[in-house]
Design a protein around this ligand. Structure first.
Ligand code: RB5
Length: 143
């Protein structure tokens, strides 16, 4: 189950991603804001982060104008590894190396077609299970 969250800038991209997931029979929960509302990106980062922390969802997608604010907010939450990716190489690498559980994107940075390819890469790439990467991910949880 994928948790999706967006602020007002990410509404159109969110709709396109939901349509993409619908067409592939991939389940998701929408925690994002609706059309034409002003909103605060930390609210949606926290809602998606909590869904992952509670294991209601195993991955998340977050969208704001740049992807920066919403990824910063998500990364303050324990166990959350949100990766801001605007290319497929990074989306693949962050799944393989960081076991990123959230993909963040900026709706004002890239187009929808590109975003859908990044989503496809992110959700279809499994973590490598490499010992080195497991160790480094464990280090992220240390104070
Ligand atoms: C909203 O104007 C914008 O600041 C927000 O979507 C995001 O880009 C913040 O990082």
């Amino acid at each position: 189950m994928i948790a999706i969250g967006n602020d007002h800038t990410g509404y159109d991209m969110k709709k396109a991603i939901m349509e993409y997931l619908d067409n592939r029979g991939i389940e998701y929960k929408d925690f994002g804001c609706g059309e034409l509302t002003t909103s605060n990106y930390p609210d949606y980062a926290k809602a998606v982060g909590r869904a992952i922390q509670k294991k209601e969802c195993d991955k998340g997608i977050l969208i704001c104008g740049t992807g920066i604010g919403i990824s910063i907010a998500a990364n303050k939450m324990k166990g959350i590894r949100a990766a801001l990716c605007h290319d497929c190489f990074s989306a693949e690498a962050t799944r393989l190396h960081n076991d990123a559980n959230i993909l963040a994107m900026g709706a004002r940075v890239i187009g929808v077609g590109h975003a859908l390819k990044i989503v496809e890469t992110f959700i279809s790439t499994e973590f490598s299970q490499d010992e080195r990467h497991i160790h480094r991910i464990q280090m992220l949880e240390e104070d």
